[in-house]
Ligand binder design. Structure first.
Ligand code: DAH
Length: 341
């Protein structure tokens, strides 16, 4: 009987060390140590033993039981360790591997130019303002001396939401908004960058584009202040050798009005294809604020004067970067945009 117990212990141990998981260990436990297990079966034969031998065999049986319980526990520990180790390997991070590059965005060229324009004018004491893109007829036209039926409205056809609400066709309405807010304070020096909308769509026009408006109001502001300010801007934006010229023009909200050219950035004024052999490129409209515009906004045109200008940001960006199709700014061709990283 002792022999049988020892043999059984050995067989059980062999299976325990080979067990692959705790389910198998449980099975082994039931098979050997359970109520109907091997040990119980062997011990049932104890009745036939010499009473003297019984305690000896009982002792051995208990020992075998304890040994197997211990062996099962040990194996359980080892399996747990192995599982943990496998998990570590699976989760381990090789910090020496090259990283996955993060795609980094960057500003759009239009944004870059707007920031640069802002920076230049802020350096001359202008402050940045903005206004709504959805504008009323009053601010977009009437407050700028463009009453209903004025022919100047034809050049700025827009998208109307109602008879009275439209997507603004220029940043000029912010002139009136700023003046109404500031009156009677002086001086006013603001620039207004923003989106504007028109019913246009071809290689040089888009239904949406960007402008930067400028407005300066004070006592005794003159046309030479306008010219000096714009010359300084042109030289900071396009280079120290820049020249500008003012050509007489017409805008309902300025008097006198001018269209402002810079010397051609391609040929430096000698004449080329870009400037149509004239040596000049138009970049903005400007003028002295019209007395009616002052009066409607609450300022006394006898007491104050001012200049205003409005420039097309796309136009400036095209000249600065040598881009020849306006639509390049809007089609999201990354080969083009990535050059501005
Ligand atoms: N708002 C005009 C346009 O979009 C541009 C302009 C011209 C703005 C003269 C001005 C100005 O402030 O004085 O065509």
């Amino acid at each position: 009987m002792q022999e049988a117990l020892r043999k059984m212990e050995e067989a059980a141990r062999q299976r325990i060390v080979k067990a692959a998981d705790s389910a198998e260990l449980k099975e082994i436990k039931v098979q050997y140590l359970g109520k109907k297990g091997e040990i119980t079966r062997i011990l049932r034969g104890m009745g036939q033993l010499d009473p003297k031998e019984r305690p000896v065999v009982g002792n051995i049986a208990n020992q075998v039981k304890e040994n197997l319980v211990q062996a099962l526990r040990d194996r359980e520990e080892i399996l747990k360790d192995e599982a943990r180790q496998a998990e570590y390997t699976r989760e381990s991070l090789d910090v020496t591997l090259p990283g996955v590059p993060l795609r980094q965005g960057h500003p759009h060229p239009i944004t870059l130019v707007m920031e640069e324009v802002k920076g230049i004018f802020m350096g001359m004491g202008f402050r940045v303002e903005d206004g709504p893109e959805l504008e009323t007829d009053y601010y977009n036209f009437a407050a700028l001396n463009i009453p209903r039926d004025h022919p100047a409205r034809d050049m700025q056809d827009s998208f109307y939401l109602t008879e009275d609400l439209l997507l603004r066709t220029h940043t000029s309405p912010v002139q009136a908004r700023v003046m109404e807010k500031m009156v009677p304070e002086l001086p006013i020096r603001v620039i207004v960058p923003g989106k504007v909308y028109r019913r246009d769509d071809d290689a040089t026009h888009s239904f949406m584009f960007h402008q930067v408006e400028g407005l300066a109001v004070d006592q005794k502001i003159s046309l030479s202040d306008l010219k000096g300010t714009l010359l300084s801007f042109a030289r900071q934006m396009f280079g120290p050798g820049q020249k500008i010229r003012l050509r007489p023009s017409y805008f309902p909200f300025t008097e006198p009005s001018a269209e402002v050219d810079i010397s051609c950035v391609m040929c430096k004024g000698r004449g080329c294809r870009v400037c149509g052999s004239t040596g000049w490129l138009e970049i903005l409209g400007a003028g002295m604020v019209h007395p009616r515009v002052f009066r409607m906004s609450g300022y006394d045109p006898e007491a104050v004067t001012g200049f205003a200008f409005g420039m097309g940001v796309e136009r400036v960006a095209m000249l600065k970067y040598g881009i020849d199709d306006l639509r390049m700014f809007y089609v999201n061709d990354l080969r083009m945009l990535r050059q501005f990283r």
